[in-house]
Design a protein around this ligand. Structure first.
Ligand SMILES: [Zn+2]
Ligand SMILES: [Zn+2]
Length: 224
């Protein structure tokens, strides 16, 4: 989702119960879901544990994966906090009354290998343009740098941060340890993308009406 800024700090969470589970993951677990690094060149230094995920990047009816049975109980508190954070925003309250409760369309644990990078890119599909992308570092190091737009930061363990995934973003792990983030995509049903008022005023966003917007085939001057 595009917004006025690069990073939006939501809260700090105690992620030690998640850390414990992550530390017990073996190479075998990390090798189970390899579609992400195969599909996208920018993600070749990553490995993923899918909790809630669909390779087609759908925007509703997400698929839950077996690893969610293990991680679900320990991520539940932070998920609940994030859901409330978005649902309590005034504009979203009206949407939720009209279109139903918010939901996590994706939840994944993603490792960026020691020395690895994710090169600069913008997220360009319907669901990623219409959901809030939230990063929570579970294992990290001060030499891991996250750049969004013209801003580069280190996000410490347990900080819950939405990133502006419609701006160019990149990550470099200059440390000697593997970085592990919990990455969540939260949907407020009916929430428009930044260009909606301009491209289809008064109508809900749909994959058809937003296709040119999502892929940035038409220029976006929102939140410069
Ligand atoms: Zn839209
Ligand atoms: Zn826009």
């Amino acid at each position: 989702m595009n917004f006025n800024g690069n990073f939006n700090h939501i809260c700090d969470a105690d992620v030690s119960p998640i850390q414990k589970l992550v530390n017990n993951l073996t190479e075998k677990h990390w090798a189970l879901d390899i579609s992400r690094q195969q599909k996208y060149d920018v993600h070749e230094d990553t490995a993923t544990i899918n909790l809630v995920h669909d390779p087609d990047f759908r925007h509703m009816n997400p698929s839950k994966h077996p690893a969610l049975d293990v991680f679900g109980p320990v991520i539940q508190p932070v998920l609940a906090y994030i859901a409330q954070y978005y649902e309590n925003k005034l504009a979203n309250k009206t949407l939720i009354e009209q279109y139903g409760a918010g939901y996590f369309i994706r939840a994944n644990i993603i490792k960026l290998k020691a020395g690895g990078t994710i090169s600069a890119h913008q997220d360009k599909n319907f669901s990623l343009a219409h959901s809030h992308r939230i990063h929570i570092p579970i294992v990290t190091h001060e030499d891991v740098h996250f750049t969004v737009g013209d801003e580069t930061v280190h996000i410490p363990v347990g900080e819950v941060v939405e990133i502006n995934n419609r701006r160019f973003h990149s990550v470099s792990n200059n440390s000697e340890i593997d970085r592990v983030h919990l990455i969540l995509d939260f949907v407020v049903p009916g929430e428009p993308c930044c260009c909606a008022d301009k491209t289809h005023p008064g109508e809900l966003c749909t994959p058809e009406s937003c296709q040119a917007t999502d892929r940035l085939m038409i220029p976006c001057y929102c939140h410069p």
